[in-house]
Design a protein around this ligand. Structure first.
Ligand SMILES: Cc1cc2nc3c(=O)[nH]c(=O)nc-3n(C[C@H](O)[C@H](O)[C@H](O)COP(=O)(O)OP(=O)(O)OC[C@H]3O[C@@H](n4cnc5c(N)ncnc54)[C@H](O)[C@@H]3O)c2cc1C
Length: 399
């Protein structure tokens, strides 16, 4: 009887791996520490290559039905009123999905969970928190806490998809190298129709401002605004107070009466990459092995690309008897050495570009966006790169 693959974490990465392996008739145990799938407001952007990969899992139609198709995004300068617009139709010849799909990440995990119910070879164990693991040449032994009791599960491989604070990574003693930004980011959602008060507002906007930059984007349900906070502020509680949030929104667009607030979150931002992506029969995936600031929406998308890459290799290892050590080393070369270098570089650059408040730098930045958007060849290259098409193609080509 073959031992199951044990996956820790039912976020986007773990869910995609579970369904990919289930479809290949591989036994899977999917552990989730919470009693149900988390509904937290984090990633909301699916880039074109992620949508193409998700087609293969048969989940794309319900995603398109629920999500918002956004085929243009803008870089706005509040001071000059200039708007550089990038229309993703420019990449219609190289992708079946020339748009960003705005959809909460929990919608994907719920859609996949519904699919998984059809597969008797998959057990989804809620309320099961991975505490640690051991391994030898033949198997992994995974220690889990369930209802306050310790349990031990045995599997063929362990996939650490348990997010940025990964117990799998910590248990393997793998360093999470990089840094944490001093400031926090504040995200607030509101049902206020910004599209009615800002002219020609697209559903994704990067907004520069002499005082404070922000990102305004629409998810499938609400508008979301993201601002950086002051890195020197000690009283972080103030950012979540109603008065502060109302004042922020009034600065963005003054109006009579209060804004209606859907949710508010203050979170730390990191740029970190795990020193190793695998150890023996254990492999790390998604936020468990890389994390970055959310400008550009590359974190979850990168994790999905990891998951599809690894799923292919695991199917070859388990169903075709290929050597796991060689294929896991290949996964690391493709996903750590190339893909993550791209994402880390771009997200750090994106943040630097947004936060520069020297008027001269701001003017040059907007001029660069305007010139790029106005030149069809440059605009296409810009859109392709930011849609993660180039980095995925290049990483897949690595031998
Ligand atoms: C505000 C915000 C906005 C973002 N926007 C975007 C965006 O637009 N596009 C984008 O690409 N990325 C975005 N990101 C990043 C994105 O949310 C993450 O990259 C993504 O969630 C990573 O998926 P994952 O499956 O690797 O990990 P997670 O989503 O963190 O999932 C991990 C799962 O493991 C479970 N778990 C944790 N520990 C254990 C354990 N010990 N045992 C069992 N289960 C465990 C958790 O409960 C969770 O279900 C954003 C992040 C934030 C904070």
């Amino acid at each position: 009887m073959p031992k199951p693959v044990i996956i820790a974490g039912a976020g986007p990465a773990g869910s995609v791996l579970a369904l990919s392996l289930a479809k290949a008739n591989i036994d899977v145990i999917l552990l989730e520490k919470f009693d149900s799938l988390p509904i937290d407001l984090r990633a909301s952007t699916f880039h074109p290559p992620s949508l193409e990969l998700l087609e293969g899992l048969g989940v794309i139609q319900p995603m398109l039905d629920k999500g918002l198709i956004v085929d243009r995004y803008q870089y706005r300068d509040r001071k000059t009123g200039e708007v550089a617009e990038f229309n993703m139709k420019a990449i219609s010849d190289i992708t079946r999905h020339p748009y960003r799909l705005q959809l909460e990440q929990y919608e994907l995990t719920h859609i996949i969970y519904d699919e998984l119910k059809q597969y008797p070879n998959v057990k989804v164990l809620f309320g099961h928190k991975l505490i640690g693991f051991e391994q030898d040449n033949n198997q992994v032994q995974v220690d889990v806490e369930y209802e306050g009791q310790a349990k031990r599960l045995v599997g063929s491989y362990l996939l650490g998809c348990d997010g940025a604070s990964s117990n799998v990574r910590k248990s393997a003693g793998i360093d999470y190298e990089g840094f944490t930004y001093d400031e926090n980011f504040l995200v607030v959602s509101t049902s206020f129709p910004f599209e009615e008060v800002f002219e020609n507002l697209s559903y994704v906007n990067y907004v520069s401002d002499p005082d404070q930059w922000c990102v305004i984007l629409r998810t499938d349900k609400l508008w979301r605004v993201l601002w950086p906070t002051d890195p020197n502020e000690k009283n972080l509680d103030k950012y979540l107070e109603a008065d502060f949030i109302q004042a922020q929104l009034q600065k963005l667009h003054p109006k009579e009466g209060d804004y209606d607030i859907g949710h508010k979150t203050l979170y730390k931002v990191h740029q970190r990459v795990a020193k190793d992506y695998y150890q023996g029969r254990m492999v790390l995936v998604g936020d468990a092995c890389h994390i970055n600031n959310p400008l550009g929406g590359m974190g979850m998308n990168g994790g999905l690309h990891d998951a599809f890459n690894l799923a292919d290799k695991l199917i070859r290892i388990i169903n075709d008897g290929e050597d796991h050590a060689a294929l896991f080393a290949h996964y690391q070369r493709q996903r750590k050495d190339l893909a993550v270098q791209f994402v880390q570089k771009h997200t750090i650059e994106n943040k630097k570009l947004m936060e520069a408040n020297d008027p001269d730098v701001q003017r040059k930045r907007q001029a660069m966006f305007m010139a790029t958007a106005a030149d069809p060849v440059k605009a296409k290259a810009f859109i392709r790169e930011r849609a993660m098409i180039d980095c995925l193609n290049e990483s897949e080509a690595v031998q």
